[in-house]
Design a protein around this ligand. Structure first.
Ligand code: PGA
Length: 256
């Protein structure tokens, strides 16, 4: 499927890292260096909730988008410790990461709650970055495509083609996250093409041609260009390497 129409998107998922002063130091560095890279690549940062407000202010006018790492599906109410999608939209978030494997693994996230959160994100005027990916045991049992298909179908329940065309999907094999093990380019391309094929079956070819699919899992400056060069890889969701401005910018550059 043609890649020409899809603008690459590189997002830094900071996870539970960076205090507010540390977050500000990192975005100041990014801000200074990202502009000359032009608008070929969309660049997104996802700091922890407590740093969103400060980072939003620090990013004003910069070609960088803000994302949150999660949200609750209700707009407000008695949900101690949770943060809602309208609250994040008000802080300037354009994206919310939904269904990251760490949330599935450690915080009981299911395909159903991923879907509910995605609807809340869309309703609040933001775009979900929907994460899917198999565990090592699932890959070794040859169940990768079945698992990823179930997760994508589950995440997209109740959405129309016009919604999905704007969404970002992130294929993140769980065994490659934070482990230093990266999927080979062939492994990544195979799953990305399968996801795009599924979107074509569930919706239509045009939607499949427009939805962006990021790869995530130990993306580093030295493997980014090859992964991002695959026809169905439209960007990267970067964890560890997004915590250093130099590494993250090098990955952004290889997407351009
Ligand atoms: P990693 O994390 O780059 O540290 O492997 C990726 C992610 O979890 O999004």
């Amino acid at each position: 499927m043609a890649t020409g129409a899809r603008r690459k998107i590189v997002a830094g998922n900071w996870k539970m890292n960076k205090t507010v002063p540390e977050a500000l130091a990192l975005v100041r560095e990014l801000r200074a260096q990202v502009a000359p890279l032009g608008d070929k690549v969309e660049v997104v940062v996802a700091p922890p909730f407590v740093a969103l407000q400060a980072v939003h202010v620090a990013l004003e006018g910069a070609p960088l988008q803000l994302a949150a790492q999660n949200c609750h599906w209700e707009a407000s109410g008695a949900f101690t410790g949770e943060v809602s999608a309208p609250m994040l939209a008000e802080l300037g978030c354009a994206y919310v990461i939904v269904g990251h494997s760490e949330r599935r693994q450690f915080f009981g996230e299911t395909d159903e709650t991923v879907n509910k959160r995605a609807h809340a994100v869309k309703k609040a005027g933001m775009t979900p970055i929907l994460c899917v990916g198999e565990t090592l045991a699932e890959r070794e049992a040859n169940r990768t495509l079945e698992v990823v298909e179930r997760q994508v179908r589950g995440a997209l329940v109740g959405f129309e083609a016009a919604d999905v065309a704007k969404f970002v999907l992130a294929y993140e094999p769980v065994w490659a996250i934070g482990t230093g093990r990266t999927a080979t380019t062939a492994q990544a391309q195979e799953v990305h093409a399968a996801i795009r094929g599924l979107v074509a079956r569930l919706y239509d070819g045009e939607t499949a041609g427009r939805v962006r699919i990021q790869y995530g899992g130990s993306v580093k400056p030295d493997n980014a260009a090859e992964l991002l060069g695959q026809p169905d890889v439209d960007g990267a969701l970067v964890g560890g390497a997004s915590l250093k401005a130099g590494d993250f910018l090098a990955i952004v550059k290889s997407a351009g």
